[in-house]
Design a protein around this ligand. Structure first.
Ligand code: HEM
Length: 485
């Protein structure tokens, strides 16, 4: 407790070794909820001195001004994310901008940014549409057989994996038709709550030493091996060593745009870099969107009036676009967009963002008359996303699902207030693509079906042990054909 006390900075007293994180360590609370409790217990402070696991002093940022300072204005002091990933054990993940540090982060991010422009997302729509048809066929077949209850996290993981396989590398993920497809099996190894989740989350966020002891890998070796294999094959089909092959028609996918970018700047199309970027598209591309879709359906099921208003918007717009889901059509559905933002507010995929201080920083006094504090390099700053999203001073009735609150806000007015995609120079580059695939899938289903909470449903509970926000027991939703005539 003495560290912050000695520096005259207020915060909760810690317990030996576990600091302020004992409830997280015991699996009782998600780390995001622990940070939320600390945030709520110090309503008038701009930041709080806390102790993470192993008594590591860290700063939990509270005020909107401080959040903007850390994530935007003084970003060059807080450039790196706190994630302990071993380059040796996780060579593919080390390329991921979310994980990469320093100059490597800058280069990796700069290279993938051009493939997430609105034009590129528009160009992905043929892929997205073809997977929407598979989703529709899959659901319709099951409903015809009176199997109308679906575990939505699983359903949407199939959908987003197939979109990623197709829009990413021009492959058929076959997730709907083959339960043993490579892509489907992959999900079993990633992100789902299991007996190891807590240890893995501790290794990832708190302790490289523990990571070394348990040989933690963000992407398990079999996933890395499999991914390298398929990307090598696709690359081989598109180029001879050093040059591009003449293909009958040029593919329009993420991998091809990367190849084109490298060709243009006369850089080599080397396998490790290409596999690294394709790994980023896969790992970031499916999980966050499938969770968003599942949580959104859960909220629509609980709020029939929201669902009805959304279905009316979908029906109106689709009628104007001859039933076709296009990039342009989804731009005309503001209510759909608002429901997704509101879902991300209640269920942000990352309940807290953790930033390393990479360059000494002068933290202003915590309260009038106090002293400033020079933050040493390496200290962790916690941006408590969930706490901000549930703060009654910032959002009226924060526990209620009210999409209207996102209807009339311009993106800029959300600065620091909505953190579902992060903020500042590290903000999610795949946001447009993630939202586009989520919207297309939801339109496909809600234009045909109404949803309600399934009778099979187990009590809704968020896992306390996973790194990303995940439902502990899945989300069971019933589909009923709409009478649209
Ligand atoms: C609804 C879907 C998505 C959500 C909610 C989401 C959310 C986030 C969040 C919270 C971050 C951390 C931002 C920060 O540190 O400030 C992030 C980073 C990132 N996301 Fe997303 N994401 C989504 C979809 C995607 C997709 C589809 C892709 C790519 C295919 C993607 C690629 C990335 C990458 C590469 C980063 C790291 C950026 C960096 O550190 O420079 N995301 N995302």
């Amino acid at each position: 407790w003495s560290f912050w006390h000695r520096h005259g900075i207020r915060g909760p007293r810690g317990v030996p070794i576990l600091g302020n994180m004992s409830e997280f360590f015991l699996g009782q609370k998600h780390y995001g909820d622990v940070y939320q409790n600390i945030y709520e217990a110090h309503p008038h402070l701009p930041y709080v001195g806390i102790y993470r696991l192993f008594n590591e002093p860290a700063v939990l940022v509270r005020s909107q001004e401080m959040i903007k300072e850390i994530m935007i204005r003084s970003f060059h002091h807080f450039q790196d994310n706190v994630l302990w990933v071993s380059r040796k054990r996780d060579p593919i993940v080390s390329f991921n901008p979310f994980v990469a540090k320093g100059d490597q982060w800058k280069n990796m991010r700069a290279e993938i940014l051009p493939i997430f422009t609105p034009n590129k997302v528009r160009a992905s729509f043929p892929h997205i549409n073809s997977i929407c048809r598979k989703l529709e066929a899959f659901v319709s077949q099951k409903v015809k057989n009176s199997e109308n209850s679906f575990e939505c996290k699983d359903l949407f993981s199939k959908y987003t994996l197939d979109v990623v396989a197709s829009a990413g590398y021009g492959l058929d993920g076959a997730s709907f038709t083959n339960t043993k497809s490579d892509f489907t099996q992959l999900v079993e190894h990633l992100f789902m709550p299991n007996n190891w989740s807590l240890l893995e989350t501790i290794a990832l966020l708190f302790s490289p030493l523990l990571g070394n002891i348990i040989k933690y890998c963000y992407a398990p070796p079999q996933v890395q091996h499999w991914l390298r294999g398929i990307i090598e094959k696709v690359l081989e089909s598109r180029r001879s060593p050093g040059t591009l092959k003449e293909l009958p028609s040029k593919p329009n996918d993420f991998l091809q745009w990367l190849i084109d970018g490298r060709q243009k700047s006369h850089e080599p199309i080397d396998v490790p870099t290409m596999v690294g970027h394709c790994g980023t598209f896969l790992l970031e591309g499916f999980e966050t969107s499938s969770s968003l879709m599942a949580f959104a359906l859960y909220e629509y099921a609980k709020h029939p009036s929201v669902q009805e208003r959304l279905q009316n918007e979908i029906d109106d717009v689709l009628a104007r676009y001859s039933g076709e889901i296009s990039y342009e059509a989804i731009q005309e559905m503001p209510y759909l967009g608002a429901t997704l933002y509101e879902t991300l507010r209640l269920y942000p995929p990352m309940m807290a963002l953790l930033k390393h201080c990479t360059k000494e920083f002068e933290l202003p006094a915590q309260s009038p008359g106090g002293k400033s504090f020079i933050v040493p390099e390496g200290m962790v700053f916690v941006i408590p996303v969930k706490a901000v999203h549930y703060d009654g001073e910032l959002y009226e009735n924060p526990l209620l699902f009210q999409p209207e609150r996102f209807l009339d806000q311009s993106d800029s007015s959300r600065n620091g207030l909505f953190l579902g995609f992060g903020e500042g120079p590290r903000m999610c580059p795949g946001m447009r693509f993630g939202l586009a695939q989520s919207k297309a899938g939801i339109i496909t289903l809600l234009s045909k079906y109404s949803v309600s909470i399934s009778e099979n449903s187990k009590p809704f509970k968020i896992s306390t042990t996973t790194f990303l926000t995940a439902p502990q027991e899945g989300i069971w939703i019933s589909f009923k054909e709409r009478n649209t005539k």
